[in-house]
Design a binder for this molecule. Structure first.
Ligand code: FMN
Length: 175
């Protein structure tokens, strides 16, 4: 499990054309739905897209320079509701669901990338995808995860050294 976590990296290259079997997509969706959520409100919903015509419509409106060759993608939706007193937890909820799915995607031999910034920064694109996927007004598209077998090498980004970000028994303490 730890090796799987460490082997996950964002992939932004091209994908092989073969479809992702429904059985695998279901496993990925189930991994997302299994994530914890604040007060168990389960504010995250998911739409897997594997219909080439629907995918083509989405790639058509996607201005972001993300590989348009993925044979499947998962749209992550959030219900921005109050979970406890005046607190909303939908961001934490969908983040946990996304990480679970990224790990499931990797475990099944596929690659992906958490594409949120380049989706939510463009309200027109979000609106267009909402229309294509018939997403109701009280569900918010927050992220797209392309899914497929990579054709290119996965590029690794540098992570800060352990000692700069993690300690024992106190901030910056080493023992
Ligand atoms: C909240 C969030 C939003 C992100 N949005 C995008 C995005 O819009 N486009 C993209 O290519 N990567 C996006 N990423 C992926 C990050 O760029 C990536 O995780 C980071 O560079 C570290 O690389 P790694 O995933 O290989 O560890 C996003 C990640 C997070 C957590």
């Amino acid at each position: 499990m730890i090796d799987l976590i460490k082997s996950r990296h964002s992939y932004r290259g091209s994908f092989q054309p073969q479809p992702v079997p429904r059985a695998d997509l279901i496993k990925i969706l189930e991994a997302g739905l299994a994530a914890p959520s604040g007060c168990n409100k389960q504010t995250t919903s998911l739409i897997a897209v594997d219909d080439p015509q629907v995918l083509a419509q989405i790639w058509d409106v996607m201005t972001a320079p993300i590989s348009h060759t993925a044979p499947a993608l998962i749209a992550v939706l959030a219900q921005k509701i109050v979970s406890y007193r005046d607190k909303t937890y939908y961001m934490q909820d969908y983040s946990a669901a996304i990480e679970n799915m990224l790990l499931a995607i990797k475990a099944l031999g596929y690659e992906s990338c958490w594409v949120e910034g380049q989706v939510t920064e463009d309200p027109d694109m979000v609106q267009a995808i909402n229309g294509i996927l018939h997403i109701p007004a009280d569900y918010h598209l927050v992220c797209l995860l392309p899914v497929g077998i990579a054709t290119d090498e996965v590029k690794l980004v540098a992570k800060k050294p352990f000692e700069e970000r993690a300690w024992f028994n106190g901030f910056m303490k080493k023992d």
